[in-house]
Design a protein around this ligand. Structure first.
Ligand SMILES: [Zn+2]
Length: 213
């Protein structure tokens, strides 16, 4: 079971990923995490990646793919794995297909958790933070007892710049511009499984499990 997980910020991808790990016992592999692990272990590829990161540059595809390739050879990936945040581009997807094909393997399913932009805006702009104690709230999911006031310390709640409409709209646009070609790529290969990401968490997970068959 080799899966790729796609979903915009606010779609609940992290929650679904955790549930998949628990149900199927496959590891969740994110590029950032294994890059950090390689850096820490001082591997050849880790050192290579560090050169680019220290220079403030993007780690090139061949290095990232090398790191992913090493990771998926590990023992815990024998029954499958879930890639999260990789591939990001069609070029990476093609490179991944190539190395997997050489190993007689391939991607089985690309799960795309889909939520309409206006719903994502509501989720992502609803966060409020206490000026005094830093406690987080959410106007939809975890509202304070009194609007604008922290339950814990009575401090004033505010919206961080990261959570304002303009920033969030921009993040969503960047995600969609970057991901649409990838979605088209996997659709053409009949690997794309679109999941409605609106509803109860367990209900959404049920949809994911169903498409995985
Ligand atoms: Zn507070």
């Amino acid at each position: 079971m080799n899966i790729i997980l796609l979903g915009p910020p606010g779609a609940g991808k992290g929650t679904q990923a955790k549930m998949l790990v628990d149900k199927y016992g496959i590891p969740q592999i994110s590029t950032g995490e294994i890059l950090r692990a390689n850096l820490k272990a001082g591997t050849q590829l880790g050192l290579e990646a560090k050169k680019y990161m220290d220079a403030g540059k993007l780690v090139p595809d061949e290095v990232v793919i090398g790191i992913i390739n090493n990771r998926i050879q590990e023992e815990d990936c024998r029954r499958g794995y879930m890639l999260d945040g990789f591939p990001r581009t069609v070029a990476q997807a093609q490179a991944l297909d190539k190395i997997l094909a050489e190993q007689g393997s391939g991607i089985d399913d690309v799960i795309s958790i889909e939520v309409a932009d206006h719903e994502l805006m509501g989720r992502l702009t609803g966060r409020r933070t206490c000026r005094q104690c830093g406690q987080g709230f959410h106007v939809m999911f975890d509202p304070p007892k009194v609007e604008g006031i922290c339950d814990k310390c009575g401090g004033e709640l505010y919206q961080r710049d990261d959570d304002n409409e303009k920033t969030v709209a921009n993040r969503l646009k960047v995600y969609s511009d970057q991901t649409q070609p990838l979605i088209d790529y996997y659709k053409k290969k009949s690997l794309l499984r679109s999941i409605d990401g609106v509803g109860d968490i367990k209900e959404i997970f049920g949809r994911v499990v169903k498409v995985l068959g």
